[in-house]
Write a protein that binds this ligand. Sequence first.
Ligand code: TNX
Length: 513
Amino acid sequence: MSRLLLTITALGCLISCETRTPKDLSKESIIPRPASITATGSSFRITGSTSIVITEGDSDLEWVGQYLAGLLSESTGFDIDLVDENKGSESIILKIDPEGPIGEEGYELNITEDELTLTATQPAGIFYGIQTVRQLLPAGIESSTPQEGPWEIATGTILDNPRYGYRGAMLDVARHFFSVEDVKRYIDFLAYYKMNVLHLHLSDDQGWRIEIKSWPNLTSHGGSTEVGGGEGGYYTQDNYREIVKYANDRYITIVPEIDMPGHTNAALASYAELNCDNKARELYTGTEVGFSSLCTDKEITYEFIDDVIRELSEMTPGPYFHIGGDESHATKKEDYLYFVERVQSIVNKYGKRMIGWDETGQTQLLPNSVVQFWNSSEYSLQAVAKGAKVIMSPAKKTYMDMKYDSTTSLGYDWAAYIEVDDGYQWDPAEYVDGLTDENILGVEAPLWSETVTNMEEIEYMVFPRLPGYAEIGWTSAVLRDWENYSERLSNHGDRFEAMEIDFYRSELVPWDK
Ligand code: TNX
């Protein structure tokens, strides 16, 4: 009898081990780590009869519902519909509850054997909850072709909301140009990890990448090359609007950056009158920094900037405009201060909040302005003393163009080698003495592209560091530790593969367990 029992148990285990029915929600590898998880020890299954139930008439909710239906249908092969009444079984229910229990971007996920209910005060929260659901399903859910199920999720409740309202990454499309398709893929990476800002570095010495109708040479000439002498490229205004819409649909705000007064050789090559000596510069395809400057005491300079900020702001629904302001070594200090203050008023005139790299902290910032800390504690502290806020992008921790170690072939090492653990193990509110969560808007990880030339190379530098920056922005410090994180990250390896992401297999992460 007992032998029979044993055999039955063994058989049972064999079956469930083979299908790996998830039963313990608290053991799942969700990144960023949610605020709270309660497991109830059973499982829910998405089948061919699953539908997505939403309240009729909410167009934002309808959009996220379609987004989820699309994701699930593609990889399960089921035809998953949106319906407005829950008639079936195994339903997924999406609900907006303005009085809901959780903050602006938060969500509550309730999973029973019979249904999965996702509630939030706003559609953004539903969107983030959907990312959690994706991560609870087998990795095959990320495939673009139908895979074998079963599609099971452990039961229980997740309550979740972010630590910071600004959770970003930057992409430098100036040193090397990347296509609209590449930018959309980058946006999808951010969305998967609940990040909500994409900062586009749209101009630099080597290229001007955004069409400005009143100054057409910026792109026809200034956009015609890149580092190494390749053909460069630029976004038409329609391209840019398409990127903004794609991001917006994923609850991601685009922050456009036009870097000035330094990092402007591409503009200085396109229009002679922007130079103090009225001589157009040669196009530049090298990687030096700090040699160019707009002519800060010519009125035409400010007419030019006014046009650029106006045209770009009109296409940018988000609240920010980034003016760069870094490494202006070819601009006299007094000219730099005058310039930034004048540009700040133009940004405000077009209804935007100015962001500048930390050097702009030396100027008379207005309290609605923001500095992006990358290097100087001193300038960042000067900025908060004037009431400005800070975005934390310490180069030694968040620069995704830094090599992982001495063997990484791409990237730089001037700030540091940033292995996956180095990128993860720091806290924004403890990094600079005197900068606390009261001043900190959030976190951003930049990818500069002097050494990065295509999507595969972007992926290699960004993965697997990006999920760590997302977690720093989302998860409270008390829930973060490397042991726990690296374990969860290791379980994202097969997700990266399903998404065909070319990632760095750091030896510090236990991938094969
Ligand atoms: C510094 S960080 C820069 C960029 C370079 C980067 C390369 C900052 C505000 N400026 O112009 O691309 O280093 O790592």
